[in-house]
Design a protein around this ligand. Structure first.
Ligand SMILES: [Zn+2]
Length: 316
């Protein structure tokens, strides 16, 4: 008999990734295409079903079997109902029963999970959180995403909304966030926030990319370096809260801002140690994410592997 796989999907506003994931976390038949989210739910659901069908048939053609599918999707997700309630990255999606639509089309068991939660579970299972029992993932990209794994379990909260670390208030009365609150971490520590602060400091009107600000910081531009330090300080405020609240073993940082680690992390660590209790601040390890853009597909599949073999994926 051939090897068994779970198919993991990571649906983003820009890219759709689907892959077969073995019980040990190994990836086969990785398939990517553009989401083309602007076309609305129906064409995207068709692309998802086709992509899963393609990966599934390649897995079976190679002698493997598919145990089920786990869909990671962005936005407000009801895992219990299997619906995408709403999503800033998926225009036109309101209460879309994605789990049941995909299950009906492919005839396999399907689960639906928030994409940041799936990524957090992926890093915990086979990435930078491997070997620990409690881990927080922060993804610093266009926004700031997050996920919590506590005592070896994904922590979803009462409404599936846990882990929104990007929306911790770090500056009361600060910048307006897209969530409606003022002073959220995301408005300071995301790539967007870093660029905004750089433009403020440098007094420039024209738009600049995050990559360009990173390049200028490396070349010694004082304003660019300061915008990263300030982002680090905001991040450190959130770390201190996480450390005092959860006493995690690891805080894992991923996302597009990760290559600038040296520019923001010293300030973040300094601020965390200044504010948090000494013991948990000394024991927590701040680690770069290890799985890159495969954390989502890996973690999505890992969630089903855990259900299929609760003792079979001990986190060693
Ligand atoms: Zn917010």
């Amino acid at each position: 008999m051939g090897e068994s796989f779970v198919i993991g999907m990571d649906l983003g506003g820009t890219n759709l990734r689907v892959a077969g994931v073995g019980a040990g976390g190994g990836i086969v038949e990785l398939y990517r295409e553009q989401t083309l989210a602007r076309e609305g739910p129906e064409p995207v659901i068709e692309r998802i079903v086709a992509a899963i069908g393609r990966v599934s048939s390649r897995v079976t053609a190679a002698g493997g079997s598919v145990r089920g599918v786990v869909l990671g999707a962005p936005g407000i997700i009801s895992s219990r109902k299997g619906t995408v309630v709403a999503s800033p990255n998926l225009p036109g999606w309101h209460d879309v029963p994605l789990r049941d639509r995909v299950a009906a089309a492919i005839g396999l068991p399907v689960l639906l999970e928030n994409d940041a939660n799936a990524a957090a579970f992926g890093e915990y299972w086979r990435g930078a959180g491997e070997g620990c029992a409690s881990m927080v993932l922060l993804t610093l990209g266009t926004g700031v995403g997050g996920g919590l794994v506590l005592g070896g379990e994904l922590w979803r909260g009462a409404d599936g909304m846990a882990g929104e670390i990007g929306h911790i208030t770090v500056e009361p009365g600060g910048r307006t966030c897209r969530c409606g609150n003022a002073g959220c971490l995301e408005t300071y520590a995301s790539a967007t926030g870093i660029v905004d602060r750089y433009r403020e400091l440098a007094g420039i009107e024209e738009s600049v990319t995050a990559e360009e600000v990173h390049r200028r910081a490396h070349e010694g531009d004082a304003n660019a370096r300061q915008s990263y330090r300030e982002a680090g300080r905001s991040l450190g405020l959130a770390f201190a809260t996480l450390v005092n609240l959860l006493n995690p073993e690891r805080i894992v940082i991923g996302g597009g801002v990760l290559p600038a680690w040296d520019l923001f992390m010293p300030a973040a660590e300094h601020e965390m140690r200044r504010r948090a209790f000494a013991a948990p601040a000394a024991s927590v390890r701040l680690a770069p994410a290890a799985l890159g853009d495969l954390a989502g597909v890996t973690g999505a599949a890992g969630l089903l592997w855990r259900e299929l073999a609760p003792t079979g994926i001990a986190n060693d």
